[in-house]
Write a protein that binds this ligand. Sequence first.
Ligand code: GLU
Length: 412
Amino acid sequence: MPNSVFEEVNLFFDAAADRLGLEDGLRQMLKRPWRELLVQVPVRMDDGRVNVFNGFRVQHNGARGPYKGGVRFHPNADLEEVRALASLMTWKTALAGLPYGGAKGGVQVDPGQLSTGELNRLTRRYTQNIEHLIGPNRDIPAPDLGTNAQTMAWMMDAYGLSNGHSPAVVTGKPVEMGGSLGRQSATGRGVSYVLSSVSEDLKLDPSKTRVAIQGFGNVGFWAAKLIEEMGYIVTAVSGVDGGAYNSKGIDVKSLGEHQENTGGISGFTGGEPISNQELLELECDVLIPAAIDNVITEDNASLVQASLILEAANHPITPEADQLLNERKVLILPDILVNAGGVIVSYFEWTQNLQEFRWEEERVNQELKKTILRSYQEVRDRTGGGLITPRSASFQIGVERVAHVVQLRGFV
Ligand code: GLU
């Protein structure tokens, strides 16, 4: 039986716990979610039938503050996946130094198959069913795969019906409803900041550095756009329906417009068509998986040609593939470091909501840069000049911080 995603993430956790010498009881407490909720989400479809979807909210660890993490609408969103993603949020918020725990939610649904009205009803029902667990000081959802600012607007509205106006209950809201300027682009922007720092360390010349990006949703689009603006050559981008390759560089703006008009990448004339799989195996310098989990496995790890990988998606590389790539000296910067920009700006949004104050976008971006690059430096220092991988260093810092607070609170 292959490992589940949660077991896979826990292999990374165990390696960190071993290294930190954590005792068994503490390890169990940190590994397993503190609370899990499964709900049914019945929705009256437009044709009059009722469909019942599975919904989840997993609160993995709340030692360092309110639980925090996105809500995913995806056909693969099951309890195991949501658990895995919730645990990643615990280590991610700790590594970024945010005063939060980790959580994740999900509904097992393909949002592309639902009308706007159906999605609105689904989101409200899901929110009602998890309402007793969330709140500005309890657990603060945000967008993830298949959800966006509109989803957060519905969640905030549904929560507000019985709790009063509560913008701080969700982040990633529309700006008109208390969302933060800069939240939309935050994850991709964070990726671009990390890329520019690691490029300096590795003495990469952006104008000669070829970057391939898998995923052209919110994260992939912003990462591609900002990385192109910084002077790198984005040679390939792929989305759900395939990708485009151009050795001279894809024009990201026109690809964005093409996607806006046609709903996908196929038919784009600014590059040759390539598949998602081909993108991962392309000859390039930097590979950025920015779509879904488990895309680089032991089956294709040996075919990856990039020497640097930035994990903009959550858990895109399985532990087996991670090991194979490490053996080949491919430098991997992990998800909990690279894609933390989203939750970092979620934190800024939450603080703005609590203070009923609004920051200028420039301030948001500057603070984001400071926060994510501080984590990058901490991770780099912890690797001891290459003695351990950035993933091991990141997990060790995250796990150590949570373990410390668990002990301070006197839980164990
Ligand atoms: N869904 C994003 C993540 O995986 C953002 C979570 C948040 O802002 O709370 O990090």
